[in-house]
Design a protein around this ligand. Structure first.
Ligand SMILES: Cc1ncc(COP(=O)(O)O)c(C=O)c1O
Ligand SMILES: Nc1c(O)cccc1C(=O)C[C@H](N)C(=O)O
Length: 395
């Protein structure tokens, strides 16, 4: 056993994940987390006993509560959110759309939305589309290739016209971990709201949302929360904003009394008013197991291992890939759970890495992204993966 794995108090959790035949190194847990074996059993039991056994009665027997119950659990375990502020329902994209629109309506008369140039495409495209529809201006924060949003970069683009900032906690490419409390405070000083995209931090980096005064947040369910491909996302709306904000997809399941089937939409009070249509029950099952596993291991321990993994990854790159350029922060405090390294030959390497069972991600123009999900990734696996990249580059 690799000495770092032998010394790792979380190493044994790796056995709880489903094995993949022929896999040498899975280095993409921040794009799609691996399934837990417990989830196979849970999904099967759900199909047999709850769906098959209870049929439509299931909605009255707990399903209707699951988006908020699991949201509360996720909030407690990973987001520092008190109950009643997190719901699990739509995709990240749809959740972002709902909260961007709701936030803009809460700042009438203001004409600008702020977003950074390297934010994930869905965030940028949504902001551009909504700005176009409403005649608003997009103000861009220009971020460095190996960094991300800082208070210094954000401050000059804020002003009395700023309605909303849409930013990522951890940048999907560089892994830059933003100073969320400082940037949120800056936005509030300008009278604006902030929406944080937590896709690349949820389940791996603590973001105590209540303590940091965050207004709004969304995040993926299928990355470090291991909900499976297409699992629903979560959204967070701070409790004191819930009555003021109106989300635009006025579906019946976000209404105050769906089964009255009445005329006219009246939102349900609280976070339930941010739901729209029927919540995806099967899609939420696997995430329940991962939230429970993070709770068991403790988010602090998960983050400690994540830092150890990314530190080791950087040391390995420095050692065996001297021609590659690190496009992520060297300061662990400003880094999320992955690193990106750039090299002009990385694009051509990708198919050969996959053939050999080494599965990182490729991010344009020439970056290999190593996503290191702490409970399912070993140090030995990381070394094997980086070693294979070095070997193929030499060949
Ligand atoms: C930062 C970030 N935001 C949003 C998304 C998009 O989410 P979805 O495709 O689930 O709507 C992703 C990944 O796909 C992401 O990495
Ligand atoms: N959601 C994805 C998909 O449907 C296919 C392939 C990749 C993804 C991803 O999640 C990409 C990921 N958000 C990223 O940061 O690159």
């Amino acid at each position: 056993m690799h000495p770092l794995d032998a010394a790792d108090p979380l190493a044994h959790y790796r056995d709880r994940f489903v094995g993949s035949p022929g896999l040498v190194a899975y280095l993409d847990g921040n794009s799609l987390g691996r399934p837990l074996t417990a989830s196979i059993e849970r999904v099967e039991a759900f199909l047999r006993e709850e769906w098959g056994g209870r049929l439509i009665r299931g909605w009255d027997e707990g399903w209707m509560q699951l988006p908020l119950a699991l949201g509360d659990e996720l909030g407690r375990v990973a987001l520092g959110a008190a109950p009643g502020q997190v719901a699990i329902a739509d995709s990240t994209t749809v959740s972002l759309y709902k909260l961007i629109r709701a936030a803009l309506d809460a700042r009438p008369g203001r004409t600008e939305i702020v977003i950074d140039r390297d934010n994930f495409p869905t965030d940028r495209y949504l902001v551009e589309g909504i700005a176009r529809d409403r005649g608003l201006t997009v103000r861009w924060v220009e971020t460095p290739h190996d960094g991300g949003v800082t208070p210094e970069l954000v401050a000059p683009v804020l002003g009395e016209q700023t309605a909303l900032l849409v930013l990522s906690s951890v940048a999907y490419r560089s892994a830059w971990f933003a100073d969320i409390p400082a940037i949120t405070a800056l936005a509030h000083d300008a009278g604006a709201l902030v929406l944080w995209d937590l896709c690349h931090s949820a389940g791996v980096v603590a973001t105590p949302l209540d303590d940091w005064g965050v207004d709004l947040a969304v995040g993926c369910g299928y990355k470090y929360l291991n909900g499976g491909p297409g699992a629903p996302a979560f959204l967070y709306v701070r409790s004191d904003l819930q009555a003021e904000l109106r989300q635009p997809i006025q579906g019946w399941l976000g209404s105050a009394s769906p089964f009255e089937m009445g005329q006219g939409y009246e939102p349900a009070p609280g976070i339930r008013g941010f739901l729209s249509g029927t919540p995806p029950m099967v899609g939420m099952q696997a995430m329940r197991d991962m939230v429970a596993l993070i709770d068991e291991a403790g988010l602090e321990a998960v983050r400690a291992k994540s830092v150890a993994l990314t530190e080791h990854a950087i040391a390995l790159v420095d050692d065996v890939l001297p021609d590659a350029r690190l496009a992520s922060p060297r300061d662990a405090a400003r880094r999320g759970g992955h690193i990106t390294i750039d090299h002009p030959r990385f694009a051509e390497l990708m198919p050969r890495l996959w053939e050999r069972g080494v599965v990182p991600d490729f991010r344009r123009p020439d970056g290999i992204r190593l996503g290191l999900s702490p409970l399912s990734t070993s140090f030995a696996e990381l070394e094997a993966g980086v070693g294979m990249i070095a070997e193929l580059l030499r060949g």
